[in-house]
Design a protein. Structure first.
Length: 287
């Protein structure tokens, strides 16, 4: 794992990807800090950090689009798979390298509350609690982007899909208000998720039957639950989306609340996406 980590880390800083990532993140964080803290005269660095979250929509695809897609395009993945390394080591090495690139600008941003304290009183607990939440949010989104990178050999396609996925996650709360609170609407929405689940299984296994079977199984369970607990389906999909909102979980840290459930949620996303990465790469290795 160490050799993969060093190789990936070197590749980020030997081309423009790592620099662009850090530059964009620090630029937006700096602008928000000036607007909120220096011009707006707010002592709360966490407010500036909150409005910096949208930059993940741009920088995560930049970092993750090449992690596995470039290996597939250049056919160097075959060499990687021939090494005496476990797929888990390869995946974790690449992921830790991406996280390290993310932590470099965040380390610089961690100095902002100290600078602000020179001009007034700063709540360090709230500020660094928000920084911690920001790190968890970034780690979760990087894991999602890396999994998407395993699904295609085109960096452009990986970047576009990552951007679209993160945009949906960013707008999730707004989208919930558009969904009717009826039981039928929840059933239709969950059915769409079942179809999407089947497509993901198909994409990972390249087996149409497995994808179709997965979608039908999910739909069968869904219909059974619907007719068994029809009243409970009213507004259920919107509630589920609110609970699963990746960006909304970060708001607790911004408001000065150390949400342990949010910590577990973010770590669960990381673990689940890395598991999917391992399965996707493992299948490619033996295909």
């Amino acid at each position: 794992m160490g050799s993969v980590y060093k190789k990936e880390l070197r590749s980020y800083f030997c081309n423009m990807q790592g620099a662009i990532f850090a530059a964009f993140l620090l630029l937006i964080a700096g602008i928000m800090t000036v607007l909120y803290n220096f011009k707006g005269l707010y002592p709360n660095f966490e407010y500036a950090l909150s409005d910096t979250g949208f930059i993940f929509l741009l920088i995560v695809p930049i970092v993750t689009m090449r992690i596995f897609s470039e290996e597939k395009r250049a056919k160097t993945d075959q060499l990687l798979y021939s090494l005496p390394l476990k797929v888990t080591d390869v995946v974790f090495g690449k992921y830790l390298a991406a996280v390290t690139v993310f932590l470099v600008p965040v380390g610089v941003m961690a100095l902002y509350p100290l600078i602000l304290s020179l001009y007034g009183k700063v709540n360090f607990a709230a500020s660094y609690g928000a920084v911690f939440g920001f790190i968890l949010l970034g780690c979760a989104l990087l894991a999602i982007g890396m999994f998407i990178s395993t699904l295609t050999e085109s960096q452009v396609i990986a970047a576009v899909i990552s951007f679209g996925t993160l945009l949906l996650l960013y707008l999730m709360n707004a989208l919930t208000s558009l969904i009717p609170n009826t039981s039928g609407a929840s059933l239709i929405a969950f059915s769409a998720v079942a179809v999407l689940f089947g497509l993901i299984v198909w994409g990972m296994t390249k087996d149409r039957f497995a994808g179709l079977a997965s979608a039908l199984l999910a739909e069968t369970v869904l219909v059974f639950l619907y007719f068994s607990f029809k009243e409970s389906f009213a507004g259920l999909f919107a509630k589920v989306l609110e609970k699963l909102s990746v960006f909304e979980r970060f708001s607790g840290f911004v408001n000065g609340i150390f949400d342990l459930t949010a910590v577990v949620y973010y770590l669960s996303i990381v673990a689940f996406c890395l598991f999917l990465c391992v399965q996707s790469v493992e299948k490619k290795r033996w295909s």
